[in-house]
Design a protein around this ligand. Structure first.
Ligand SMILES: [Zn+2]
Length: 314
């Protein structure tokens, strides 16, 4: 049974090697690092794209792989993505098991070009763990603006190393962006204080909001664990219902990148047990909104979440 697996993985890594070689031969890898045109950047999630575009400004041409509604936990790179990654001068990704299906490929690409794991920029002691599986890091670091600042610095470091000529611009842009997200955190904390203290509980489809809860002062509860790859069982649903009844919580939130089915099961189950729960609407968790809208920016999606939470729980 083992042989076919070995052959398959050998075959796919050969495929990668061949495509990398043919690129070099055809001279397709023209890069800004050589002095002409913007730096070609490929980013995985939309939150990372937002940093790259703000920090890199006119010096970079960023391609984001994951758009609105995309779940990074189960996202698999398409052939087109592999070509985009092959052509990039530099790659930024979250790591910490967020883009689980891309871990091996990006690890291999790190042998050929700079691949920055932004999750590793955050100090170890600030990384939360999966409550159900000790030692497994929680990758949703963008929900704590203070921690996300480390990722911003990481992008500035990566771009400055590749393109030292424009380092001053990258550093200045990073400082401006960090100021903005610090203001965002202060605003969010003040908004959440409008909710009665005992109602400051955020129940969501998957456990993406632990850092958010720490940052703004809310208790959080997810139906699924920190990865959407986990199954939601009847006992998970009942556990959340019990907690919601006990603490008299009346809203649960869906997410734009996760199916609503488990959330609906909680609402129905709670109702059968005489407890009214409303769907507070879909929050932006692992994906942002449509490009060219407010919610298509990091600051805009964060504000939209906070406004929606306050409205449903106040
Ligand atoms: Zn997630």
């Amino acid at each position: 049974m083992k042989k076919p697996v070995v052959i398959l993985s050998l075959f796919s890594s050969l495929g990668l090697l061949v495509s990398a070689c043919s690129d070099e031969e055809s001279g397709a890898e023209e890069s800004a690092a050589d002095g002409d045109g913007p730096i070609q950047v490929t980013s995985t999630t939309s939150q990372i794209s937002d940093i790259v575009e703000n920090v890199g400004g006119e010096h970079v041409d960023n391609t984001g792989l994951m758009g609105p509604g995309i779940d990074p936990h189960d996202y698999e790179a398409s052939q087109g993505d592999v070509e985009t990654l092959d052509e990039a001068d530099i790659i930024f990704w979250n790591g910490l098991n967020l883009e689980e299906q891309m871990t091996e490929m990006l690890g291999q690409m790190g042998n050929e070009k700079p691949v920055y794991t932004l999750g590793e920029e955050v100090p170890d002691e600030d990384i939360l763990e999966d409550e159900e599986e000790a030692g497994t890091p929680d990758p949703h670091i963008w929900f704590d603006p203070e921690l996300w600042s480390y990722a911003v610095e990481g992008v500035a470091d990566g771009l400055a190393e590749l393109d030292p000529e424009n380092e001053d611009d990258y550093r200045a842009n990073a400082d401006t962006y960090i100021d903005e997200i610090q203001e965002l955190q202060a605003w969010s904390e003040a908004e959440i204080e409008n909710i009665d203290e005992e109602s400051r509980v955020l129940v969501t489809a998957h456990d993406a909001f632990q850092y958010f809860g720490d940052a703004v002062g809310m208790d959080v509860m997810g139906l699924q664990g920190i990865s959407t790859e986990a199954e939601v069982g009847l006992s998970d649903v009942q556990g959340v219902i019990d907690e919601m009844i006990e603490r008299d919580i009346n809203a649960i939130f869906a997410e734009t990148s996760v199916s609503d089915s488990a959330v609906d099961a909680v609402i129905e189950g709670a109702q059968e047990q005489g407890h009214e729960v409303e769907n507070g609407g879909a929050l932006y968790s692992d994906a942002m909104g449509e490009p060219d809208t407010e919610e298509g920016t990091y600051v805009g999606m964060y504000e939209a979440n906070v406004n929606q939470i306050v409205e449903a729980l106040d």
